[in-house]
Design a protein around this ligand. Sequence first.
Ligand code: ADP
Length: 155
Amino acid sequence: MALEKTLVLLKPCTVERGLIGEIISIFEKKGLRIAGLKMMQLTDAILSEHYSHLSDKPFFQRVKDSMMTSPVVALALEGVDAIEVVRTLAGPTNGRKAAPGTIRGSYCMSFQANIVHASDGPETAAAELKRFFKDEEIFDYKLPTMLSLYANDEF
Ligand code: ADP
């Protein structure tokens, strides 16, 4: 158990479908602290870095293009085991296979237009937070609800 930060992007499909508030609200209601929040237009350069693990896939350019059709909303979320918690909330990549109740399972039909990006491990979370946020855009205020969200030895 550790208090962690993770990077979430609300993808252009989410912005275009008017689901920004609804998806952010899922993270807030779960008990994650919003440590950073901003809208940004992504570029081919930042996406080539972000999706470098997909560079040999036939759909690489298509995925990057889909991330530039409108701005994204970037979130830095904090909580105990936040990286795994957010991946579990997001569900598997293909929205058609994702279980109901997960974000992708509840809100999308697509492998590609799948509502959110979420960091998949501690190293990627650190690199991705740095990629999308400047240090001064991450805020370290405290949630006054911590003792309602967790037992006192959990954080
Ligand atoms: P995840 O976003 O679940 O971590 P990946 O890192 O494997 O998944 O892929 C990054 C993004 O690329 C996915 O969220 C999705 O938008 C897109 N993608 C991955 N695989 C496919 C695929 N087979 N077909 C279409 N889009 C894909």
